[in-house]
Design a protein around this ligand. Sequence first.
Ligand code: CMC
Length: 443
Amino acid sequence: MADIPEKAILILGDKQYELPVVVGTEGERAIDISKLRDQSGYITYDPSLSNTGVCKSSITFIDGEKGILRYRGIPIEQFVNYPSFVRVAWMLIFGRMPTSAELAQFSELLTRHELLHESARHQFQQIPVDAPPMAILSASLNNLSYYHQQFLAFEDTESFVEAAARLISKVRTIAAFAYRRSQGLPFNYPDPKLRYCENLLHMMFSLPHQQYICTPEVVDALNLVLVLHADHEQNCSTFTVRVVGSSKANLFASCSAGVSALWGPLHGGANVKVIEMLEEIHKGGMTPEECIAESKRKESKFRLFGFGHRVYKNFDPRSRIIRDACDRVFATLKHGDPLLDIARKLEELALKDQYFIDRNLYPNVDFYSGLLLRSMGIPTNMFTVIFSIGRLPGWIAHWKEQHDDPTSRILRPRQVYVGLPENRIEAALAQAEELRKVEQSPT
Ligand code: CMC
């Protein structure tokens, strides 16, 4: 394109540096500063990395200003007609839609690997009943390294596929076991006759005397939640997976780190906070108006959970799809959910409030996803676990993309040191002397 500058010019004092410009396939431009320090002694400063591209990726495209999300070039709106989560997972990981034979082969691998090692299953008995399921999930994914040591280092595609299939399959079993443990219920083994989402629901909800029968609406809704969460380019947890993977840590350890990052309330834990907020309003602890007012108060740590996004400065396209799915699923249920009405009220108030308008704060995926999960009988403490199951293919795809890139190096940013300077060395020595005295004195 003729109007794209080939180089950016940076002037520092009396020196001038030419920096190459990298252009993405959707015209996004980035100034390549990777050689800047070598040339000038300067680094760039971007504390939350919000203006930094850390890699080139062909997995997911987001245009936050326009509210666009595409997986492998396909708009997210095309996924509302329920292509199976397994198909979408394969597509994200391998870069194109699978053929029927490829999909059948991958599904067969998932079925073959759905069981946990019996020792791993016994380990669940030692976990405190009230342990947070996200802690169990993160630990258990890392523990897969005990049982599948042949995948701690590999270079061939076949081993990668085997490791990825184990993760995508066993994550369901682990999630369901974590739930059963918290309920004091016996574990249900996976049923090879069931499809991905049905199997998860069976392992979570079937009782020894009663097989859980799920309606097609519930299965479709769970599939949709997983598909909509399957990737979101360089979000906090995916970036974490890339950071850990960049040290050549194995796939299990990298994805386990992703779960830990996802746990936080500013990331995957937000849908839990949304439900807590809605419940508080429902209980009469505050009105929707007070909730909005509190979220705007500068001194308050409270936020309108499920609103705002680092990248979307418009509607998160996933939030609209989930809101519509909520309407569809609730229409099939005998009971409504008072929290849904409160959510709609909050959305209405926020969208016409100048504070939210000025800051481009719109509902994100988490605003309605918790309500949809509740409609399926999934308890709040499992929401982020379900999000993790959905995000796993994205983490695996990014790990693979980075692993296959011959130019990728260990991710290691720099910093601007603002601690004690060399000219205050006496103060540092005095502190060291103080420390030595403390260490020598009896405690
Ligand atoms: N409620 C009230 N004020 C908000 C909110 C909110 N939900 N989100 C942002 N703001 C304000 C913020 O206080 C700041 O105001 P000011 O300019 O006066 O200081 C301004 O908007 C810009 O916010 P920011 O903190 O710079 O935005 P960020 O890009 O650092 O954070 C966010 C993005 C998602 C962490 C934030 O919007 C937030 O905390 N939202 C609530 C938590 C949430 O819903 N998280 C789920 C994110 S989507 C799923 C995922 O990707 O994990």
